[in-house]
Design a protein around this ligand. Structure first.
Ligand code: SF4
Ligand code: SF3
Ligand code: F3S
Length: 374
């Protein structure tokens, strides 16, 4: 946890100074606790910690990327989230959002690295191009690789924001001309939290930072370095279209009547069954919607190599049929040994037979409500 200096305010002091009430603050502490996957009994501890903790220095680097993660972050659904992260955790260096530019910006970064050596959190958005001596991405006269190694050295921990930093994302898609490399393949001696998604959900990003602030340690991670609170379930497990999947009722095309009726998008290419993310529960834009709710299948944007795992608009092969409680670690091990197609064929056959059963029940006058609950 950050230590007090003469110029610092606690998070709570800063929130109140910005015009929020104690009630706003407690509401924030309540929902961020829920986002972090903690028991409601932890709300008091989270609130107390925010009341007594001081500014956590953050350096936010941008390498090969499109800035979608920053965009997602600053649009997380509660203003206190943005205020805490942007003003209170105070980004000491971020090319996109800081007022300073050029030499002043670089000087601010160096000053933070020196003053808070061993204390600051390094957030990385983007992959690092390792080809051609790193010349594909240069910032302030240095390659991204040089910038990254320099900033990582004094960091307490590193957060890899988004699929670019976690997996390479679109820049690493075949043939990966710049040799775009995710950061965990470059740095091995620092704690790294991987927060994949193109982009990740803003509230997930805020929840992770608040966890580090509150407990002074990283959240619990899975075998791939992702916070379990947000990445332990598949999109499929919390998808509101899941009853249709279980009943064998699918959209056959994006504009057929089944699609209009909200049936499952599995057959038009949904990758929800193999994608670990919180989209079905937290959703996007203040919980308004997520891709599947907008009528588009999940393209697996939080999974490794999702650009190369296409095509996007064809039924998945190989991964359907896993139990609802499969963890990311289990599915990784099992997937390595699965012959593509076998399980999918089984799942589809089972669902087709369920659908026939359902249709005959409907035509014989029985209600289908019960079947949809299965
Ligand atoms: Fe939802 Fe996709 Fe699973 Fe269908 S396949 S239930 S649309 S996540
Ligand atoms: Fe990257 Fe896929 Fe957007 Fe966050 S994650 S910058 S492209
Ligand atoms: Fe990405 Fe799939 Fe969510 S495409 S945003 S993980 S629904």
């Amino acid at each position: 946890m950050a230590t007090k200096t003469e110029t610092k305010q606690t998070y709570y002091e800063s929130i109140i100074k910005q015009g929020y009430s104690r009630r706003d603050f407690m509401k924030f502490a309540t929902y961020i606790t829920a986002y972090m996957g903690l028991e409601s009994s932890m709300i008091a501890q989270v609130a107390k910690s925010l009341e007594t903790s001081y500014r956590l220095p953050v350096i936010w680097e941008h390498y090969q990327e499109c800035t979608c993660c920053s965009e997602s972050f600053i649009r997380s659904d509660h203003p206190i989230v943005a205020d805490i992260v942007l003003d209170k955790i105070s980004l000491d260096y971020t090319l996109t959002l800081m007022a300073a530019s050029g030499h002043q910006a670089e000087a601010a970064k160096l000053a933070t690295m020196e003053k808070y050596r061993g204390e600051y959190i390094l957030c990385v958005e983007g992959s690092v191009p390792m080809g051609d001596d790193g010349n594909y991405c240069c910032i302030a006269g240095k390659t991204a690789k040089e910038q990254f190694l320099e900033a990582a050295e004094g960091a307490k921990a590193i957060i890899a924001w988004g699929s670019c930093a976690c997996n390479g994302c679109v820049q690493a898609a075949y043939p990966n001309p710049t040799e775009a490399t995710p950061i965990h393949k470059i740095i091995k001696n620092k704690p790294i939290i991987r927060v994949p998604g193109c982009p990740p959900i803003g509230e997930v990003m805020a929840g992770i930072i608040v966890h580090v602030v509150t407990f002074g340690r990283l959240p619990e991670l899975d075998g791939l370095g992702r916070p379990k609170a947000f990445y332990s379930k598949r999109v499929h497990d919390s998808c509101y279209r899941r009853p249709y999947y279980d009943a064998g009722l699918f959209a056959e095309t994006f504009d057929d009547q089944n699609a209009k009726d909200g049936y499952c998008l599995y057959k038009v290419g949904c990758r929800g069954p193999m994608t670990y993310n919180s989209c079905g529960t937290i959703r996007w834009n203040n919980g308004v919607s997520f891709p599947i709710q907008s009528g588009h299948g999940c393209i697996g944007c939080s999974e490794e190599d999702f650009w190369d795992n296409g095509p996007f608009y064809e039924r998945l092969t190989g991964l359907a049929g896993f139990g609802i409680e499969s963890s990311a670690d289990t599915i990784g091990k099992v997937a390595a040994g699965v012959v593509a197609g076998g399980l999918a064929a089984h799942a589809i056959a089972a669902n087709i037979s369920k659908r026939k059963e359902l249709k005959s029940e409907i035509s014989s006058g029985k209600s289908n409500e019960k079947n949809l609950e299965r």
